[in-house]
Design a protein around this ligand. Sequence first.
Ligand code: HEC
Length: 391
Amino acid sequence: MKKISIVVPFLFIFLVGTMFAGCGSSNNPAPAALSVSTATLPNGTIGVAYSQTLAATGGTSPYTWAVTVGTLPAGLTLAGATGVISGTPTTAATSTFTVTVTDASSATASQSLSITIAAAGVDTTPDPFSFTAQADVTLSTVITSNTITIAGINSPAPISITGGAYSINGGAFTSTDGTVSNGQTVAVQHTSSASNSTVTTTTLTIGGVSGTFTSTTVAAAGADTTPDPFSFTAQTGVALSTVITSNTITVAGINSPAPISITGGAYSINGGAFISTDGTVTNGQTVAVQHTSSASNNTVTTTTLTIGGVSAAFTSTTLAAAVDAAALYQSLCAGCHILGTVDTTGFAPDLSGLNTVPSNFTPGVATAHNGATITLSAAEIAALSEYVLAN
Ligand code: HEC
């Protein structure tokens, strides 16, 4: 096989070569007239690399190319030897120009063409950003955040702030709305609270994306901001994708406002709105937490509330998936028990109408059952029991 595949192309070239040699030399036809066959060119986008090859027919190669009237869009060039128009456009505009091809015998042909360069899609929504919360800061002091770098935008985005001031690229701090460009850095600043253990929050918004910066002042001397332990009651069997609210706890054992923060949910103080930003809580106030339960069956969602360094988790577990008793029976039992059929083999009894499934299996325990080892949950035992009674 290998040998043939090498021999055939040689043979072919030989035959074709012979044919041309035999009939060509005496009356070569005049070459077709030279013409540019490229009639249109695709449009481009600022910043996106562009490459197209002009084509000609007829005449005698080699061809050389030139722009003879007008100019190409800014950023693009034409390679004379190859007819390739390439580069990265820099300006949004429509350029109309004429290309001329010259062949080996100096014949020429021209074609008018145009390329429209469009502005890139405008993206003013930056990647998410966040500031590091600062704890134990001095009272009534200007506190400056860490610096973030704006990423993910290709056009200047609006920037605004509440509860503080911002600085772009290390410039002056301002609270007036402005614009920020990709790659610029931003820091924010606010004056810390005049009270101990109190949170001050600044919210920076860029192109619709917000990040908060918080500082918490130091506790007063002799202050006790460590509350008595508290706990939330776990909830089980909750509906999927549902907002679940915990029991309410009462903050005790502190004599000064204590910082409160949450992960994986939101909290409410004294029945107020549920929020997830850091804050402070005082002795005797009540707190409840909230989260959205999992979208999957039998899945735990955890929210952790921290007050003055003491944490407690609130969990909810979604309900187990409904048991498909018929399918379960088919896969685990039907190999031995045949429903509704008089037991002819004498091996396994007909379970139809029997009420003995629960007494034969213990929930969650691998049970040796006449040669099989079967583990069933309480829900599965209940479902199978109902199923054999009804069938
Ligand atoms: C490997 C075969 C086998 C499998 C699989 C099997 N069984 Fe059995 N089962 C038996 C046999 C054999 C008996 C009768 C044993 C006896 O009477 O001592 C029995 C007895 C029972 C009984 C007692 C019946 C009565 O008369 O009270 C119940 C209930 C039962 N099985 C339920 C199930 C269920 C539910 C499943 C599926 C989850 C299952 N079995 C799977 C073989 C099997």
